[in-house]
Design a protein around this ligand. Structure first.
Ligand code: NAD
Length: 293
């Protein structure tokens, strides 16, 4: 039995993408071109291929131009750097994204740092991370920005609330904590070395799980009435050999005590792709001196 209100990321993503599509149609006639996103993929990791396809389909749906490039596993660092340098110069491209993870012989951090900060669709460049840290306007990492959109759309009051973020990665944990702080939450970061995770999570009015451990957060770790945002995406196989996606939160258990909860799939995931489109449009509008929020 679920008593929590479900925060439907799929529906919000659909609404936001439809609105982006309408605005792109207007801008195309105004500025003579649509925003463009280049997704670079290396090798043939099936999960990465699925994510890239998803992003390309989202581009197509909203009328954004897609400049995807697919490289063999044997590609060198220098070849990728050259491809990024060309995209940095290409006026049709507003956003560049390198699909991670990369094969071992490549230095992902060095590569991400060669993306021009104004085209950093993933918001992971140190320049944009620095802006986030300083509370300045800039490109924000997609998943954390998606989490904030979900909270806003569900009318969750963040200011003054205690927010606990489990996970301290550059991709999710750290930037989402900074965004919550900017929204005036009292933020606690929990991680693999936190001594009493349950006591920490039970203090949360807003609990964000970004760990990568299937159903780590159980019902007894959630304060009654808390808002639970599950960022985790984990594939598990049950005893009958059927595989399915689950989050970092035991949805069945937690939804009996939480006031609001995001499902997996259909919660944060669709928002990540949507915020990637949002960032690309944001950069495009900036180049034309048009505001976009
Ligand atoms: P990561 O492995 O880089 O970081 C995991 C974090 O969890 C670490 O900081 C670690 O300290 C913490 N941690 C590990 N074990 C813990 C434990 N037992 N107790 C408390 N903390 C613990 O992972 P990531 O890139 O931040 O991703 C986290 C999860 O979010 C993954 O499941 C990933 O697939 C998912 N993810 C989803 C989206 C999306 O769009 N929904 C986007 C990015 C990542």
């Amino acid at each position: 039995m679920t008593s929590a209100q479900i925060i439907d990321g799929k529906a919000l993503a659909k609404r936001m993408q439809a609105e982006m599509g309408d605005r792109i149609a207007q801008w195309r006639s105004q500025f003579g071109r649509a925003p463009g996103l280049a997704v670079l993929m290396v090798g043939d990791n099936p999960a990465s291929a699925a994510y890239v396809k998803n992003k390309e389909l989202a581009c197509q749906r909203i009328g954004m131009q897609s400049f995807g490039q697919h490289f063999p596993t044997s590609v060198t660092q220098a070849e990728l750097e050259q491809a990024i340098a060309q995209l940095n110069q290409d006026d049709r491209v507003d956003g560049i994204l390198v699909q991670l993870p990369l094969p071992e012989h490549l230095d992902a951090i060095a590569l991400l740092n060669t993306i021009h900060p104004d085209k950093d669709a993933d918001g992971l460049h140190p320049y944009n991370m620095g802006k986030l840290m300083r509370g300045e306007v800039g490109l924000q990492s997609c998943t954390p920005a998606g989490v904030m959109q979900l909270l806003q759309t569900a009318n969750i009051e963040v200011a003054g609330k205690t927010a606990v973020v489990i996970g301290r990665s550059i991709l999710v944990g750290k930037p989402v904590a900074m965004l919550l702080l900017q929204a005036n939450a009292t933020v606690i970061m929990a991680h693999s070395r936190t001594e009493d995770l349950k006591a920490t999570t039970r203090s949360a009015d807003i609990l964000i799980a970004a760990v990568g451990k299937p159903e780590l957060v159980t019902r007894d770790m959630v304060k009654p009435g808390a808002v639970v945002i599950d960022v985790g995406i984990n594939r598990i196989t049950d005893y009958e050999g059927n595989s399915r996606l689950v989050g970092d939160v035991d949805f069945e258990g937690a939804s009996q005590v939480a006031s609001h909860i995001t499902p997996v799939p259909g919660g944060v995931g669709p928002m990540t792709v949507t915020m990637l489109m949002h960032n690309t449009i944001w950069s495009y509008c900036r180049r034309y001196g048009t505001a976009y929020n």
